[in-house]
Ligand binder design. Sequence first.
Ligand SMILES: Nc1ncnc2c1ncn2[C@@H]1O[C@H](COP(=O)(O)OP(=O)(O)OP(=O)(O)O)[C@@H](O)[C@H]1O
Ligand SMILES: [Mg+2]
Length: 315
Amino acid sequence: MIEIKHLYKRFGRFLALNDFSLNVESGELFGFVGSNGAGKTTTMRICVGLLKADGGEVLIDGQKMLSNHRALAEKVGYVPDYFGVYKNLTASEYLKFFSNAYGIYGKESDKLAGELLDLVNLSNKSDTDVNALSRGMKQRLCLARGLVHNPDILFLDEPASGLDPKARYELKEILKNLSAMGKTIIISSHILPELAEMCTSVGIIDRGHLVLQGSIEEIHRAAAMSSPLNVVVNEAQIDDVFAILKANPFVQKVTAQGSILKIVFTGNKEEEGKMLASLVQSNISVNSFYREEGSLESLFMQIVGSSQKNAGQRR
Ligand SMILES: Nc1ncnc2c1ncn2[C@@H]1O[C@H](COP(=O)(O)OP(=O)(O)OP(=O)(O)O)[C@@H](O)[C@H]1O
Ligand SMILES: [Mg+2]
């Protein structure tokens, strides 16, 4: 299990991570979502030991990691969001170079490079110069590089950005395979629906702070609840309906569009049922009563939007 506890990071006077905490269970394929500048890369770089935090701790299976670089390097792999330029190296040589860096040489290194290229579907490109690979292929080669030392945990920073749908699909399949092999994978993106398709749970970061975390089912439920409740009544009874709704503590806002009332409702299903019953008991003829289908994108915008409204000073 990875426990990220109360991380703080300042760049000059700018507070990039502000009491950031997150737990990820072993074996999860965890989606780490946030807008540009939210703090995803900063968090990942701290977790893999490339950046020093100003406060806080990262524990893996209960062991403190930030002051233990050797253990961190063994357990964790990192795939950054950029691909450096390497001159005159083929894909296979590139992986052998990194395996050498981990003390793996000779035949063992050749075998490992072959296996990793196979794993990321690049066997046919083993003799191609790395700079001649397409973006999607470079992403997959980077992923293979992150796996050279067979880490238990893999951090991937926006691996799907700039990939076409086919390359995204292939990447997802590779990540699912790695997950099935028992690895814990943390993958960042600024697109919640994209991560929701493959992840087992998701955390949303905004302005350096975790604002929501849950299993993928919980996130879908939250999305469904975030959409308005629609009630269709006879227009002649609209004023009576407004009065009843106003008295309900779970009703935050009501807007009328002809005979359709759109209600921002914060209660659960049971409370929804009670509200319907209260309308019927007051002799309102309810023609229809339904939730609009909630989208993950609208949930994300709602969460990020509302936390920005409530945010205090960061500088
Ligand atoms: N080396 C640095 N010096 C100064 N500010 C930095 C530095 N690195 C990051 N920041 C700032 O910290 C904040 C978080 O940056 P970070 O790169 O972690 O965001 P991100 O969530 O990865 O965004 P993106 O989706 O654009 O990759 C940003 O406001 C960024 O400008
Ligand atoms: Mg980033």
